[in-house]
Design a protein around this ligand. Structure first.
Ligand code: 6CS
Length: 368
């Protein structure tokens, strides 16, 4: 018979062994918890392991620190973070992967996965994209333009289809600010514009628009603008303020005109086959990040334009504000560009008529 002490020892051992089993179970639970975590981790790890390891070449059309560069690097930061590094991005500035036309072509072939490509360069490959290059088409109210560029059925319907037909998936149409003229003379009336060798982006409708406004349009790629201004190969050019300042055009021009004759618009897009080959999860993640960057980009641009204006004011260049009457005179001359655009295709006619209505409705809601 056990004596009392032996009985206590036995009971203690029994209780301890039960406790150990329970703890072990807990630890299993913990393990399971850990496993759960581990599962979660391993789940994540599995996701990471089975997740597509993707490297995106992201090309844009501007220099380091310009709006498109800030946009592309914000995309890189967010997508690498949100994908736990499964998706990595290499950003390429203007010229690193060829001209802007080369970049568009590489986007079509898939040599480049993602790019920011502007209608000033896609206009002859996707004629309908020139809608975004028609002077005085968009509103003087940037909030109206932001709303339309975010929501337009014309842009995200028939125009997006035209990009898809050329192997490109457009994610977001977005703006980089109002266009300003610089020139070696003051330009406030169509008479002033007569015969001015105005540099344009190489797309037929922009060239036509400047002919209608009385200029002598000279299409070139962006890398040649400064030298051609310096050597008087051209007399003037158009660009948003940040680009005028970062390109140092104020060094080789005497006048900066606040013409607001147009907004600089562009497109963030992917190679269609590449994008459609991704998992649904990664497609959704890329679209989500593009939208987040797009919304972020509006404040960024306002800051960049403000900084550029402050900087330019310290330079030796005369800043001239056009009156609404002076701008109206140029607008009237350029209206035929819209008729020219409609001739591109049936889709073009639908796109411009829908977009004009969308701009009108947005102005009724938000003001002109
Ligand atoms: O004028 C140009 O060619 C350049 N301007 C801007 C604002 N972005 C890229 C483009 O190549």
């Amino acid at each position: 018979m056990f004596n009392k002490k032996g009985l206590y020892v036995f009971m203690l051992m029994f209780v301890l062994s039960i406790a150990l089993i329970a703890c072990g179970g807990d630890s299993d639970d913990a393990g399971n918890g850990a496993d759960t975590d581990a599962e979660t981790d391993s789940g994540n790890d599995d996701a990471a392991a089975s997740g597509e390891q993707i490297n995106l070449k992201f090309a844009h059309e501007e220099g380091q620190g310009d709006v498109q560069d800030l946009y592309a690097n914000k995309f890189k930061e967010l997508i690498e973070e949100k994908s736990d590094g499964n998706i990595t991005v290499d950003v390429y500035t203007a010229g690193q992967l060829g001209s802007n036309m080369d970049v568009l072509q590489s986007l079509q072939t898939g040599a480049i996965e993602i790019a920011i490509t502007s209608p000033g360069f896609s206009g002859d490959v996707i004629p309908e994209s020139q809608i975004m290059a028609i002077p005085f088409l968009f509103s003087d109210n940037l909030e109206v333009n932001k709303k339309v560029l975010n929501e337009s059925e014309a842009l995200y319907g028939p125009l997006a289809d035209k990009y898809e037909e050329k192997g490109i998936t457009p994610f977001k149409f977005w703006l980089e600010g109002f266009m300003w003229w610089t020139a070696n003379k003051e330009i406030t009336t169509p008479d002033d514009m007569k015969g001015v060798k105005m540099r344009t982006m190489p797309t037929s409708l922009i060239i036509k628009s400047y002919e209608l406004m009385g200029a002598n349009p000279t299409p070139t790629d962006s890398g040649e603008i400064y030298t051609m201004l310096q050597t008087k190969g051209i007399d003037g050019q158009e660009n948003p303020l940040f680009y005028v300042y970062s390109s140092n055009f104020h060094e080789v021009q005497d006048y900066l005109m606040d013409s607001k004759h147009h907004i600089y618009t562009t497109v963030t897009a992917a190679n269609q086959d590449f994008f459609e080959g991704l998992s649904q999860e990664n497609q959704d993640l890329i679209r989500e990040v593009v939208k987040e960057v797009n919304d972020w980009s509006f404040d960024m641009q306002d800051e960049e334009a403000e900084k550029a204006l402050e900087g330019i004011k310290t330079e030796d260049i005369e800043i001239v504000e056009l009156t609404s009457e002076q701008r109206q005179a140029f607008k009237e001359l350029s209206l035929d560009a819209r008729e020219e655009y409609k001739k591109e295709s049936d889709a073009a006619k639908e796109i411009i008529e829908t977009l004009e209505k969308e701009i009108e409705e947005a102005e009724a809601e938000l003001g002109e």
